[in-house]
Design a protein around this ligand. Structure first.
Ligand code: NAD
Ligand code: TDX
Length: 339
């Protein structure tokens, strides 16, 4: 079958492209990506050589081009990874988040309706549930937790989720939605916590921790997320949400200290900076549903996953050096200087 993946030149999408090409030798993978600041063709160089892979540089909000691609490729399954994904950028300038994350999703679903697909899968996030208090470790996000967003990013993702279910109910589009916790692993853009700290520590630069570093995130190795999506598109029930997470909660400060230890860098590099506006306190997923229904469980333990990830950044310095030498410098100065 033909699987059309949007956002495949980004972090999770590219890991998914490689996962699919490896795991499903009979499937074709078509990637649609606008190559924004977060998309990188070098990330897909290993896939470009594969005759089962096709790449289109196209914006998902460009209705005409998206429809043309659907007419040509006739995808059986569409998986929407494409998004503006960084919370801090959404606080600075929300508009592009609404355009890509909401209107882009609409265009894709309109194309799915016109050309017919077996499944439209929306890659969503645990951030649509808002946050949990730090002093209630007994609470977790289930699929029934109300939507209660904090940032323009999470609001745009929640709006897209609602639209996905509107297309299911109104037009009968066969949809599924996954809401995953924080991912980490290879090809993670160095504006996000883990790669930013690795890249800065390697250059002996300050490690900017927001607030007191006590906010908690629930980390999942990216390959485990890819496996979950693969299971949902093949065996998940249409019209359902599946939460994806591996019960691996960690405070930001503990992650940063661990990275210092692994790289042999002093904790004196850590600098506490002004907190993120509206900063969510704690995310924690209850993955019971995907475990019981689809037999999914996370296979990579954090101790191993973080070591593999750090090693990947050590082995692939060309990949991130190229990124941080361009526009990224301006972004970094704007976000972190005088913070
Ligand atoms: P990313 O920012 O690394 O990659 C996004 C990709 O989408 C890039 O290749 C970019 O070029 C592309 N893109 C952006 N706007 C586009 C547009 N208008 N048209 C076509 N392509 C466009 O993001 P990521 O971290 O890989 O996240 C992928 C998806 O997973 C997103 O939908 C995100 O909301 C969701 N998610 C991410 C995490 C996480 O921890 N990173 C966790 C849960 C869910
Ligand atoms: O420099 C930093 N210092 C810092 O303390 C950065 C970049 C982040 N942080 C904190 C903020 C968060 O509490 O680290 C935590 C993680 O931050 P991010 O890496 O920006 O991720 P988060 O905001 O949790 O969102 C991520 O997970 C859910 C993804 O970026 C989203 O796309 C996904 O939906």
């Amino acid at each position: 079958m033909t699987v059309l993946v949007t956002g495949g030149a980004g972090f999770i999408g590219s890991n998914f492209v490689y996962y699919m090409l490896e795991e499903h030798p009979d499937d074709k993978v078509v990637c649609v990506d606008a190559l924004t600041y977060a998309g990188n063709l070098a990330t897909l160089s290993g896939a470009m050589r594969n005759p089962r892979f096709t790449f289109y540089k196209t914006n998902i909000t460009d209705r005409e081009s998206v429809f043309e691609i659907f007419a040509t490729e006739k995808p059986d399954i569409v998986i929407n990874f494409a998004a503006e994904s960084h919370v801090d950028r959404s606080i600075e300038d929300p508009e592009i988040f609404l355009k890509t994350n909401i209107l882009g999703t609409q265009v894709l679903m309109d194309a799915c309706r016109k050309y017919g697909v077996r499944r439209f899968h929306q890659v969503s996030t645990d951030e649509v549930y808002g946050d949990l208090p730090l002093d209630r470790p007994d609470l977790f996000f289930t699929e029934e937790t109300p939507i209660h967003t904090s940032s323009p990013y999470s609001s745009s993702k929640a709006a897209a989720d609602l639209l996905v279910f509107a297309y299911y109910r109104t037009y009968g589009l066969p949809v599924t939605v996954s809401r995953c916790s924080n991912n980490y692993g290879p090809y993670h853009f160095p504006e996000k916590l883990i790669p930013l700290m690795i890249v800065n520590a390697l250059a002996d630069k300050h490690l900017p921790v927001y607030g007191k570093g006590e906010n908690v995130r629930d980390w999942l190795y990216v390959e485990d997320h890819c496996k979950a999506i693969d299971l949902i598109i093949r065996k998940g029930r249409v019209g359902e949400v599946y939460n994806v997470g591996g019960h691996n909660e960690m405070r930001n400060i503990d992650i940063v200290k661990l990275i210092c230890r692994e790289l042999g860098k002093p904790e004196s590099l850590i600098t506490y900076v002004t907190d993120r506006k509206g900063h969510d306190l704690r995310y924690a997923i209850d993955p019971t549903k995907i475990h019981n229904e689809l037999g999914w469980f996370p296979e990579t333990k954090f101790e191993n996953g973080i070591k593999k990830t750090i090693q990947w950044y050590l082995d692939n310095q060309d990949w991130w050096q190229e990124i941080i030498s361009g526009e990224y410098q301006k972004y970094y100065e704007k976000m972190y200087e005088n913070r």
